[in-house]
Design a protein around this ligand. Sequence first.
Ligand code: MSP
Length: 510
Amino acid sequence: MAENNYYVTTPIYYVNDVPHIGHAYTTLACDVIARYKRARGYNVAFLTGTDEHGQKVETAAKANGETPLELADRVVKRFQALWDKLNISNTDFIRTTQERHKHTVQEQFKKLEAQGDIYLGEYEDWYCTPCETFWTETQMVDGNCPDCGRAPTKLKEESYFFRMSQYQDQLLEYIEENPDFIQPKSRRNEILSFVREGLRDLSISRTSFSWGIPVPGNDKHVIYVWFDALTNYISALGYPEDKDGQFKTFWPATHVIGKDILRFHAVYWPTFLLAAGLPLPDKVFAHGWWTVEGQKMSKSLRNVVEPNMLIDKYGIDAIRYFLLREVPFGLDGDFSHSSLIHRINSDLANDLGNLVSRSTAMLGKYFSGQLPEPGENEEAEQKMIALVEKQLETVDKHLTDLSFNKALMAIWELISAGNKYIDETAPWALAKDPDQRKRLATVMYTLLESIRIIALLVAPFMPETGKNILRILGCDSTNLSLNEQDQWGGLQAGTAIEKAAPLFPRIENE
Ligand code: MSP
């Protein structure tokens, strides 16, 4: 990957479930980082998609009286519609049923088989159908699947195996030498101890169902869903032929995933890549899980939070903000309506909304909405400008670490400083004194210029709000580049600035 290119991926979502807030969370996080990197001048590839093969999909389709592809087509539309609605800026959408994907998976299989990394053997172990995972006796908890707690069944079948054991030492060395490869740290330690315990060869084909990519040369077998699914990250780039040079340009990726699928991404996937002689991912970041009002989200509890309903009620940007602000990325969090409403009222309506509406209203009142030429900066302005510069760096650092909530806190420090600056400089008092006209001009300029940079900083999180504020400020709302516009002094004196309508109406039934 050349220096100025950035590749970020979401997991590909199973089509046997409809999108919920957990899926939206992963995708949103990737969208924020993709937008931020673009604002920082990167050429960004942002991939999401759907995982459509496997027994679960086959079974769900049968139960609905449709073919697996009909089911997939139907559910894929729901995912795509939600991503449109949430303003997701993905540059590609991959479906594992697409020819381009099947081709890459089969090529990969053939390559590894030809070099002796895949062999035919027999498998006998405990298989958890809902999780599509085999478990050994020692991995199970009280005889049940350690992930979902359900009872696995004993399965014996002919299977192709990948020599994962061969790559254990190389993987271990890589993880040890690259402390930022797996994040957060606690998760990295889990993976390290898992790998140190020893990697077994991995069964990568199934004969017990047929909805999958056939093993090249033996179509009694379909390729195991994880070998199939993980390959999406390179099939979308046109690997191995790389006709458009996408693979060469963008690989390796930053993978953002939930903690439940870390082992697949931090152990299986890297060993497949090592076998293929490909560079390992830049970063695998496992975020935590959302519970809802204190409970695990599940269909049977009927508490699955449906993002469409939330967006219709509270607005896209409020939901985008809440999900990334409420919980440190990497930790579990709880979704509750009261905390959502509280954040909207206090952070969005009060802090940000008031800063913009107070400032633009005062400009309207004191300068008929025309931005004046500032005079000499005093200590208060110097402090404000220094803080803007500092927070630009702080946000950059936190976003590089995918610490979304810390980045937002840093932006909100700036917003609070803006509100405090108003209270301290008291423009209404300056306005009463004709001798303070220049001072008042400096204060108004400083405020509105701070808001311009705040708008650019919030834009990756809340694109519509960022654009809206820029439009109010008379700026080009299609240019969200921070690289081009993060220098103090971008607003031109004489610009007409309208009085802003409330950005976020308060929600009364808190
Ligand atoms: N298809 C696999 C991924 C293959 S990637 C090569 C899969 N799909 S999934 O649809 O079940 O899950 C997709 C993502 O949604 C995972 O990252 C998972 O962690 C996330 N979430 C599902 N429920 C969630 C919550 N309740 N909270 C947060 N994220 C959750 O796994």
